[in-house]
Design a protein. Sequence first.
Length: 226
Amino acid sequence: MGAAGVSLVVNHMKHNVATLPIKGKRIIIKDAMIMLYEKAETPEWPHVVVAPGEYVVSVLSGKKGASGVRVCRAGVAKPRKGKEVGRVSVDHAAIAICDYDALLAAAKADLDAYNDWTEDECETAVWEEESGVLMFGGVAIAHMKTGVGDGEFPVMELLDGDKIVGMECCFEDDILPGKNSKRPEISRPDAPPYGQHTFNQNGFCRKCGWERDFLMRVKRENCETK
Ligand SMILES: [Zn+2]
């Protein structure tokens, strides 16, 4: 699939990953492998409401490689950090950034294709590339490895004056480090455990990322984390 409308910037000094055209009003930062919940009008991921335009995704580097990621409106030279907008929980050592409204519309338009794409094209790219840009249904999705596996990372809004122009996520401020850390599990009252999976409030397994309804439909009781 071609990446029309996306300029790929390979620049090792600035570590820019991509410039994303944002047409909707919300940008999200998510686990790269976990699908959007198609009924979630409010994103279950940290997000900021921004003006449409071009937004540059860049990797922030630290002593041990990638230390975080930033998405900021093109042309804003020195954004300042505002308040924390949420925390992104990462189970697959990679995050993705995209136009939420555009991806949600594309996923809703063909949920089966979105399923297949997540398992196939998305999974391959997320595992094989340090960073890059994926396309689904004409929507550009920037992805990159967090470098530290699982964790929960704070996301801060970025401001230019009093306007929100993006957000920044710091991988080094891992709140719950390590695979053995106790992560609070939230379960919907109407979504009790199924097999070995544990579900978040939107009905997605926190370990394998699949939706409960889908897992029950295909009778997949074993949670196979990679
Ligand atoms: Zn599972």
